[in-house]
Structures are given as structure tokens and as C-alpha cells.
Design a protein around this ligand. Structure first.
Ligand code: OGA
Ligand code: NI
Length: 367
């Protein structure tokens, strides 16, 4: 061969191969409100259209975990619930949480507060938004508007709640409602994570202490999915897994979430007044793949505005996460994932296109 291979690949410069999209795109809310909109711009057309893939007709219900039994002082009730929790994590990666103690009025209030936030003028919402994944308030559309080549039919706002609390100033009630809601949900999440730790055969507080959950990252990630004139062509959120340890999601009674189970998409209709919980990439990493962070997506409809509020709970930003040594040694299998700082993982996920589990793939050993 006469040519010499380059010794290193040049830094990727997507702007050389693709024209950069305008920095600030129209929100889907504004687009959906344009008079007489009967079709969607082609940039919202997904090649793998959601309604073309068969949806599972399984009668198998998504597992339900009774939170009051997880915190029961009766040892048998707790250990039975831990067994069910472990099975739910292994079989589905998703489960409903009932009897969690967070008042229904708080769940409704936070959905209304987010709805009012989305109603604010565009400039106001853009005005308070940071640009980097670690900025405490980010408002935008699609997934990552600076890299997406196809746009998602979704606007969002992400607000850091812990270890530092942040809130937009408008609507005026937002701060108080968010503070109260986040505090209550954080207690539920930490207790479920203790249960997960237990179910993996680790000390109950292993994950909490090793990953410094006292300073763990908690976000409000509110999604707005306006009615879409051609829902069969668009996607609210394409298939992805969540980055943290545990996400707790609520919605305004309008369905749209689908979870991958046994190779098919399953429609999930949460029980009112419950949380839909799913484990994130960092439980998959910590458990050395024993529990998988499952792909899910959101489809849209042409009738109703859907609002969902996902609340991801992660390690402390500077915690380094790798497979728990006890799990690796006990089973005699090598660590399947490289260890990485949580903060760096978040940055990696933001600059990778949403194509399935790309971020996890990149730290999986031997890939
Ligand atoms: C998310 C998410 C699903 C939904 O925000 O990560 O998966 O139903 N949302 O909105
Ligand atoms: Ni998600």
C-alpha cells in the first residue's frame, strides 16, 4: 500500500459535513399552534416510524411495587418486596410504585406548574436557559438541538433540584411546589435504591454511600408533547435509556410511553397517583449488567397535549461509577463496564446521537 494511514482520527467536526441547524429552533408548541397546520415539516419525519413497528399485545402487566411494604418494619414484608423488586429490575427494568406517600395534590400541582411554565412567552423561556448539560436550567426542543438531524416532537425544561436547588422565577408558584415535590420524591427514590442495593446482595446502604447520594443529582425533566397532525410520522422521544440510577415519572393521564420488553414495544398506562419507575444506566453499570437499563420512547397523538415529568436520580456528579467489586468477584466474571465519573458520562451522552444505548456501548468493555 502506497498510502500512509493517518495516525489519529481528526476531531469530529459535524459542521463540516452537515450545515449547522439554526441555533434556536422554533419550539414544537409554537409550531403546533400555527394556524391550519395539517402536516409536519420533513425534519420531524423519523425514518423508523413508531406506528410501523408492532406493539406487543402482551397481557403480562408491568410489575407493581408497594412502597409501604418496602419500608415495613415487618421483616417478612420487606424481604418479600425486595424479592419482587429484584425480579422487576431483572425482567422489565420498569415498575409502578404505589402507596409511596407523596400526596396526589403535589403531583397535580407540579404538572400544572410545568404546564404554566411552558405557556410563558418563548423569549422568556429561552432567556433563562443555559446551553451546557451541567447548566442548572435548560429549556429547549427535541433532544439536543445543536446535534439532532431529525427533530423530536417535544419541548422540555430540565431543572437541577439537588444537591443545589434551582427554579425559574415564573410562574410564581413554581419554586415552592418544586422544592416540596423534589424533597418528597427524593426520599422515595433513595429508599427504592436501598431496596435495589439489597436485592443485588449488597449492603442496603452500599449504593447510597458509595455513590454519595446525599449529594446525588436530582432533576426535574419536564416534557411537553403538543398534539401532532401526523403522529404516525413523528416521535416524541426516540428510543433511549436514562443516564442516572432511578427515574420516577408522572404524567397528565395522557398515554404515549412505550417500553421495550422481550423485543417488542409495550404501551404503558400508569395507574393514576402512582410513579412509573425505571432503572438507569448507572444501575446497569453498578450491577455489572445484572439489571439492564431498558430502552423506552414516547410516541405522540393528534388530540391531546401530553405532559410528563421525569425525575432522574443519579450519583453525585463527581462520583466514579463502575461495577460493584462484590458482584464482580462473587460471580467470577470480569467487570463488563469501565468506571467513569458521572459528570463525564452526562457530557458523553449529550454529544452522542440518541441511537439506542450509545453511551453505555461506549464504556462497555471489549466493544
Ligand atoms: C424521559 C422519558 C418519557 C415520557 O424524559 O427520559 O423517557 O413518557 N420520558 O415522556
Ligand atoms: Ni427516558
Amino acid at each position: 500500500m502506497a498510502t500512509t494511514a493517518p495516525t489519529g482520527s481528526p476531531p469530529s467536526q459535524p459542521s463540516l459535513t452537515h450545515p449547522s441547524p439554526p441555533l434556536k429552533l422554533t419550539t414544537v408548541k409554537a409550531l403546533s399552534e400555527s394556524p391550519g397546520l395539517s402536516s409536519i415539516p420533513s425534519i420531524y419525519t423519523f425514518p423508523k416510524q413508531p406506528y410501523h413497528e408492532p406493539v406487543s399485545d402482551t397481557k403480562e402487566p408491568i410489575p407493581t411495587i408497594d412502597f409501604s411494604l418496602l419500608t415495613s418494619s415487618h421483616p417478612d414484608e420487606r424481604s418479600e418486596t425486595i424479592r419482587e423488586l429484584g425480579k422487576a429490575c431483572r425482567d422489565w427494568g420498569f415498575f409502578m410504585v404505589i402507596n409511596h406517600g407523596v400526596p396526589e395534590r403535589m403531583m397535580k400541582a407540579i404538572i400544572e406548574a410545568c404546564r404554566e411554565f411552558f405557556e410563558l412567552p418563548e423569549e422568556e423561556k429561552r432567556g433563562i436557559s443555559g446551553k451546557h448539560v451541567l447548566d442548572p436550567i435548560r429549556f429547549g426542543t427535541s433532544f439536543n438541538e445543536s446535534v439532532d438531524e431529525i427533530l423530536c416532537w417535544r419541548d422540555y425544561v430540565k431543572i437541577f433540584q439537588h444537591p443545589e436547588f434551582h427554579s425559574p422565577d415564573k410562574p410564581p408558584s413554581f419554586r415552592e411546589i418544586a422544592l416540596e415535590y423534589s424533597k418528597r420524591v427524593r426520599l422515595v427514590a433513595r429508599e427504592i435504591i436501598r431496596g435495589i442495593s439489597d436485592s443485588l446482595g449488597l449492603e442496603k446502604d452500599y449504593i447510597d454511600e458509595t455513590l454519595n447520594l446525599e449529594n446525588g443529582l436530582q432533576l426535574i425533566a419536564a416534557n411537553l408533547y403538543p398534539p401532532c397532525p401526523q403522529p404516525e410520522l413523528a416521535m416524541g422521544l426516540p428510543p433511549h435509556s436514562d443516564h442516572g440510577l432511578l427515574t420516577l415519572l408522572i404524567q397528565n393521564q395522557i398515554g404515549g410511553l412505550q417500553v421495550q420488553h422481550k423485543g417488542k414495544w409495550v404501551n404503558i398506562d400508569p395507574i393514576p397517583n402512582s410513579f412509573l419507575a425505571n432503572i438507569g444506566d448507572h444501575i446497569e453499570i453498578l450491577s455489572n449488567g445484572k439489571y439492564k437499563s431498558v430502552l423506552h420512547r414516547a410516541v405522540v397523538n393528534n388530540r391531546d397535549v401530553r405532559i410528563s415529568i421525569a425525575m432522574p436520580h443519579g450519583p453525585a456528579l463527581d462520583a466514579i461509577v463502575g461495577p460493584a467489586s462484590k458482584l464482580v468477584e462473587n460471580v467470577g466474571n470480569p467487570p463488563a463496564y469501565g468506571a467513569m465519573k458521572y459528570k463525564e458520562y452526562l457530557e458523553l451522552q449529550q454529544c452522542t446521537m440518541l441511537n439506542g444505548k450509545s453511551s453505555l456501548e461506549r464504556i462497555r468493555n471489549g466493544v
